[in-house]
Ligand binder design. Structure first.
Ligand code: SF4
Ligand code: SF4
Ligand code: SF4
Length: 292
């Protein structure tokens, strides 16, 4: 039986052999680390290194951006990269394209139908409530589209509603406790397809109102600013929370903001349409302004 992995290797081999792309970004198994890692395949004969299965947890979307930025300083001719995406990763690629960090013709999107990653008995939360087993955007699709799809319930949204029900003091102490553990390692930012500024405000030497101290107060400013910067643009991929070494429940913040944005602006999920305009980056005279 031909598997999606077989199809992927053959597709990558053909794309490279025919010169349709310069590189295929997918996953390969790294024996030493015992995990699937991003793999940049540039020669057709290396396409056999690519894998596709439940071990392919990491989203490749941010790696696409980092690679293109690094190469842009040394390469002048146009290049095209194929990227392999699960549904959640495809939304990250849409984010990067809609934020005009890459041109559409620089990227060929190979979507894979995905039933979940990680341990089948303990899937990540995002897989348990996934609505995008088929990537919402792709150029080539590998795998069979499921005949029936059901909209799953969202335990994460239920958790957000629970926290909303707490009084202000309890919410403040809950987040203070979490943020006081934040190391400011910025892993959450580095893996985020929506955190794609060329220079992040938290790396800037010029600002006089954000600092790198890891006090609860400074960390709270970091997280508040990050939440607002990705508001309406976060694609809920869960990569920030997965990457956090301190187990801070960042998706509770992201889900809260995403659900408020959807309610206030009646918009679809972020990152599912290449024509989308995130509500906070456009201006309309009828915009809500009761908070001003
Ligand atoms: S969230 Fe959906 S698309 Fe993403 S890994 Fe889980 S099941 Fe696959
Ligand atoms: S879930 Fe986290 S990593 Fe993914 S887009 Fe939102 S803020 Fe970024
Ligand atoms: S990954 Fe976790 S510890 Fe590191 S900056 Fe982000 S929230 Fe803080």
């Amino acid at each position: 039986m031909t598997t999606i992995q077989d199809e992927l290797r053959e597709t990558a081999r053909t794309l490279l052999a025919e010169g349709q792309v310069d590189c295929v970004l997918g996953w390969a198994w790294e024996e030493e680390l015992q995990r699937a890692v991003p793999c940049f395949v540039r020669a057709a004969e290396d396409a056999k290194r690519l894998i596709w299965d439940e071990r392919c947890v990491v989203s490749l979307a941010p790696f696409l951006l980092h690679m293109k930025r690094q190469l842009s300083s040394v390469r002048t001719e146009p290049s095209r990269t194929a990227i392999v995406v699960k549904g959640c990763d495809a939304r990250g690629v849409v984010r990067i394209l809609r934020d005009q960090q890459l041109e559409r013709d620089e990227v060929l999107i190979i979507g894979v139908v995905c039933q979940g990653v990680g341990d089948p008995d303990n899937r990540p939360a995002k897989c348990r409530e996934c609505q995008y087993h088929v990537p919402p955007v792709y150029d080539l699709l590998l795998g069979e589209e499921p005949k029936e799809t059901q909209t799953p319930s969202s335990p994460l949204l239920e958790r957000v509603r629970e926290i909303e029900g707490w009084d202000v003091a309890d919410r403040a102490s809950y987040w203070r406790e979490h943020f006081s553990r934040c190391l400011r390692c910025y892993a959450c930012r580095q893996v985020c397809p929506a955190c794609n500024c060329v220079e992040c405000i938290f790396d800037s030497e010029r600002t006089r109102w954000t600092y790198k101290r890891t006090t609860a107060e400074e960390n709270m400013i970091f997280h508040a600013i990050r939440a607002f910067h990705v508001a309406g643009r976060c694609v809920e991929c869960g990569e920030c929370e997965r990457a956090c070494p301190m187990g801070i429940p960042l998706m509770e913040i992201n889900k809260k903001v995403a659900s408020d944005i959807k309610e206030l602006f009646s918009v679809p999920d972020a990152g599912v349409d290449l024509r989308e305009e995130p509500p906070l980056v456009r201006y309309e005279t009828g915009d809500l302004d009761h908070f001003v």
